[in-house]
Write a new protein. Structure first.
Length: 392
């Protein structure tokens, strides 16, 4: 984080000390750092009717969803959430993108008044620093970034106290982008949500209770725009009005990695199996050289002593051992190749996630490209925060 405790240089420090008690200001700032923000309750466990679950989609279903992302917005969001839970590769990719920037910020004055009291300017500056420090911007922004890079858009509403602000994430299935104001997306909310989960209404800011009452008067108007700037949306694909997860193109590649892992495991298991063939010979007249019933008894005896990963059959062929050894082509590590393809498809360097090869310059260039992508989203978070500060 940036150094928010330093005050700007003043031309007459002695004069300021006469009009402003810096000790009191320090105490105020310290209280803000350690004070408790609004406690956000996402669920009343004693009364909640809501359950968390995700549906496991197949590779073929995801391929169908990608062909029409507008109509399959909910399914694609569920698919990336599913893979975020199940695929360590996808999880690491999202965490990597959301933690690239250190999320430092600078508090600077945007307007100047020649007759304004210098001590008052200092007080406002310190109050802003204390408010942002109490908000823990870095932690909250990382959560927003993780959601954005996973799902494309993060819908938020804000709880504000005198000590800071806390962002509450909204259910994206009941949110839509409604308008664009001050370089930030505004959110419309489907208030029929509280027809289903009425027990959660009190867990949202007062605005939701007021607008739910408005919706109840005319239930045909279920989409109501939330008040800016306290509700907002941060989007990765900012040029699209519909939702498209930024890494949707690698979803099938993730399935390829898992498929090759399964094949590798199957091949390894097959190498531990063998088949024994017991020969029951024939004479020149085409008759069994041993009594068939007696031969079957020998075969039963053999089967009884074989381990579980060995099989046996009775045949007029010669006795031989058959093993399932992989061919030279099959011995190549397809898992590594599929993982390399996954990182290439995501547009990030595999060197970040694997130490198989080293190239510091290639890694540096790849990191710079990734940072530029993340920085664009960070700037949009900054715009949303600045709108709230201006309102304050």
């Amino acid at each position: 984080m940036g150094d928010t405790n330093k005050t700007p240089p003043l031309s007459n420090a002695a004069e300021v000390s006469k009009t402003f008690d810096t000790k009191d200001l320090y105490n105020t700032r310290t209280q803000a750092w350690f004070s408790s923000l609004a406690k956000i309750m996402y669920r009343d466990l004693n009364n909640s009717t809501k359950t968390d679950a995700f549906y496991k989609y197949t590779r073929e279903q995801i391929a169908t969803f990608i062909k029409d992302p507008v109509s399959n917005e909910v399914q694609l969001r569920d698919a990336v959430r599913m893979l975020y839970n199940l695929s360590p590769h996808f999880w690491r990719l999202i965490q990597y993108m959301s933690q690239l920037c250190d999320l430092s910020y600078v508090v600077s004055q945007t307007s100047f008044d020649s007759v304004k009291d210098t001590a008052k300017e200092l007080e406002d500056y310190q109050k802003t620093n204390a408010f942002l420090a109490g908000s823990d911007i870095k932690v909250q922004s990382e959560r927003i970034l993780a959601t954005c890079f996973r799902e494309d858009v993060c819908y938020c509403t804000t709880w504000v106290t005198k000590d800071g602000m806390t962002f509450q994430f909204l259910d994206p299935n009941y949110c839509k982008i409604a308008s664009y104001q001050q370089n930030c997306w505004n959110v419309a909310y489907d208030f029929s949500y509280f027809d289903i989960y009425n027990d959660e209404l009190e867990l949202y800011p007062k605005e939701f209770q007021t607008k739910y009452a408005q919706y109840q008067k005319d239930t045909t108007q279920k989409w109501i725009e939330l008040d800016a700037p306290y509700s907002f949306a941060i989007k990765v694909n900012d040029d699209l009005t519909y939702v498209l997860p930024p890494f949707v193109g690698i979803l099938r590649a993730i399935y390829d990695v898992e498929s090759y892992k399964d094949l590798t495991m199957a091949n390894s298991e097959m190498q531990n199996y063998a088949l024994l063939v017991m020969r029951l010979g024939l004479n020149n007249n085409g008759e069994w050289s041993m009594d068939f019933e007696k031969a079957k008894q020998f075969w039963y005896n053999l089967s009884e002593v074989l381990p579980d990963n060995f099989g046996s059959i009775l045949s007029p062929m010669d006795v031989q051992k058959i093993t399932f050894e992989p061919t030279a082509a099959a011995q190549r590590d397809k898992v590594v190749e599929s993982e390399q393809h996954l990182w290439d498809a995501a547009g990030v360097s595999s060197l970040i996630f694997s130490g198989a090869a080293t190239s510091s310059r290639a890694l540096e260039i790849s990191g710079m490209a990734d940072e530029s992508l993340t920085w664009e989203v960070v700037k949009r978070i900054g715009v949303a925060i600045n709108r709230i500060l201006q309102k304050q």
